[in-house]
Design a protein around this ligand. Structure first.
Ligand code: FES
Length: 86
């Protein structure tokens, strides 16, 4: 997993068994940087208060976070990883 930033917006790009996903990179609890967290299987755990998010669905599966992560389109083109940021 890798955190990137564009126009002040954090994005979390993850490779799960060869499939890329791009999610909002800011925890929906108190806005901590999720790239500082821990990737375990198909979920990321926020390092600040240990909320856990499913990286297949974006769902918050462990409190204190309750809101899901926003999803971004991601693809590989000419060897570059491209993320669409709304
Ligand atoms: S900021 Fe992520 S769990 Fe609190």
């Amino acid at each position: 997993m890798k955190g990137i930033e564009h126009d002040g917006k954090r994005i979390l790009v993850v490779n799960l068994d060869g499939t890329l996903y791009a999610w909002d990179g800011t925890c929906t609890h108190e806005e901590y940087d999720l790239s500082m967290g821990f990737l375990t299987g198909d979920s990321v755990t926020c390092a600040l208060h240990l909320s856990r998010f499913n990286l297949l669905t974006g769902e918050a599966v462990n409190p204190p976070a309750e809101k899901p992560l926003g999803k971004h389109q991601v693809k590989i083109a000419n060897g570059d990883i491209l993320v669409e940021v709304a």
